[in-house]
Design a protein around this ligand. Structure first.
Ligand code: HSE
Length: 418
């Protein structure tokens, strides 16, 4: 094994993470990795690195045969697609943090790695500094993984912490998340849950070997969460968190979603605040394990990129073990979710979509109900994402099977309430 392989890096992007990586690499000379060239989009911006590194021409990296590692840290997923696919086709190892690119083009990117026999590593694309992908790939290389769930978007967790614990306004909290370099350039990707569902798509490959697409998965963000929801949460000593979850159902298929959820004080995720991320893994015999770390920001994200670069020295690559060596399972939306829905006008709530409604609380400005709804009905409708409606999962939301007599009984009990 060539443990001292010289790595000559072509870096795309010198933003929050790119500059972080540049600084970190300067502090780790033992790595035997040097940046040769940095491609940037805006040449007029002041950069904290010598001018001779920079160019606007992608080909100065892609056509340079002495560069054997391309590190792609730009936020334009389309430009990133060209860079990453071209680099792989030229036989260069690629490290990327671009979750949008990876989630949307998984199949193609997997095929290219195989065809050109080059490593493509992207630990930094999911949960920032937490080494979750390599762990899922190497350590949880078996069929016993019951679920992977947690907080995988730092910006929304930061915003929720600021608005509910520190009483900062949403707009101000978002601005802070942007200034600290946590948010995407288009922060609606964070707020609407798109960044989190991109990350869930990547987790699904390494946890279960499932190649999905973010567009096919059930998701929402924190856009509709209200102060009144936080008050309900506080009364019950819950926190509201944006949770990404992949969980094995009794039939072996996988439930997968990103939705806001009430979490109870006796769970690890309850205490994950600000830009921190947390992931709970449940597996057959080890029960629960918890990964915790910074999920966004310059150095934490760059540290995961650094770890990938370091892994290239010994020619590490993902083997996609679950996909290639196990019986691959599939996503199922055939399960129920127990949800809390708050609203300003009951007319906008599709009551008939629920199997049953078991609580109703009328308020002066907003009211809420708690009910059970089939996941497919959420996936195939968007009334619950409309302005004025806030849907939050209850602490143990997944119900696999319901008995018809439950529905009848509960409906009778509640007849006339709503
Ligand atoms: N915008 C992302 C987040 C950056 O807030 O989690 C890290 O992927």
């Amino acid at each position: 094994m060539s443990t001292h392989k010289q790595l000559t890096i072509g870096l795309f992007g010198f933003g929050v993470v790119g500059e972080g990586l540049y600084k970190i690499l300067k502090q780790t000379p033992s790595l035997n990795a040097t940046i040769k060239r940095i491609v940037i989009k805006h040449p007029d911006k002041k950069r904290n690195a010598p001018a001779e590194y920079f160019t606007q021409l992608a080909d100065e990296i892609l056509n340079d045969e002495s560069i054997n590692v391309v590190v792609e840290l730009i936020d334009d997923a389309e430009a990133a697609h060209y860079i990453v696919t071209t680099a792989l086709k030229k036989g260069k190892a690629v490290v990327s943090a671009n979750k949008k690119l990876i989630a949307e083009h998984l199949e193609e990117l997997l095929a290219l790695q195989e065809q050109y026999n080059v490593p493509f590593l992207y630990e930094a694309s999911v949960a920032g500094s937490i080494p979750i992908l390599r762990n899922l790939e190497e350590y949880y290389d078996n069929d016993l993984l019951q679920s992977v769930s947690g907080i995988v978007n730092g910006s929304t967790n930061f915003i929720l912490t600021k608005i509910f614990q520190e009483k900062v306004e949403f707009v101000e909290a978002l601005l802070q998340a942007q200034q600290l370099g946590f948010a995407e350039s288009n922060p609606s990707l964070d707020v609407l849950g798109i960044d989190a569902v991109n990350k869930l798509t990547i987790l699904l490959v390494h946890a279960y070997g499932i190649i999905s697409n973010p567009k096919k998965l059930l998701y929402s963000g924190i856009q509709n969460i209200q102060l009144t929801d936080a008050k309900v949460a506080a009364e019950k000593d819950y926190q509201i968190k944006l949770i990404a979850k992949a969980s094995k159902l009794k039939n072996g298929k996988i439930a997968a979603y990103v939705l806001p959820q009430f979490v109870t004080a006796d769970t690890q995720l309850y205490n994950v605040a600000n830009e921190y991320n947390g992931i709970v893994i449940e597996s057959g015999f080890s029960d629960k394990q918890f990964f915790y770390g910074k999920g966004a920001g310059s150095f934490p994200t760059a540290s995961a990129v650094l770890s990938d670069i370091s892994a290239l020295r010994y020619e590490y690559r993902y083997e996609y073990k679950k996909k290639n060596h196990h019986q691959v399972t599939e996503i199922s939306n055939d399960y129920y979710l127990k949800v809390y829905v708050s609203f300003d006008n009951i007319k906008n709530v599709r009551k008939d979509a629920f199997e049953w409604i078991e609580e109703y609380h009328g308020g002066q400005q907003r009211s809420y109900l708690v009910g059970v709804i089939h996941a497919e009905k959420l996936l195939n409708s968007d009334w619950w994402k409309q302005h004025g409606i806030s849907l939050i999962l209850t602490p143990e939301p997944i119900i696999e099977n319901i008995e018809y007599r439950d529905v009848q009984k509960r409906s009778l009990e509640l007849a006339g309430v709503v």
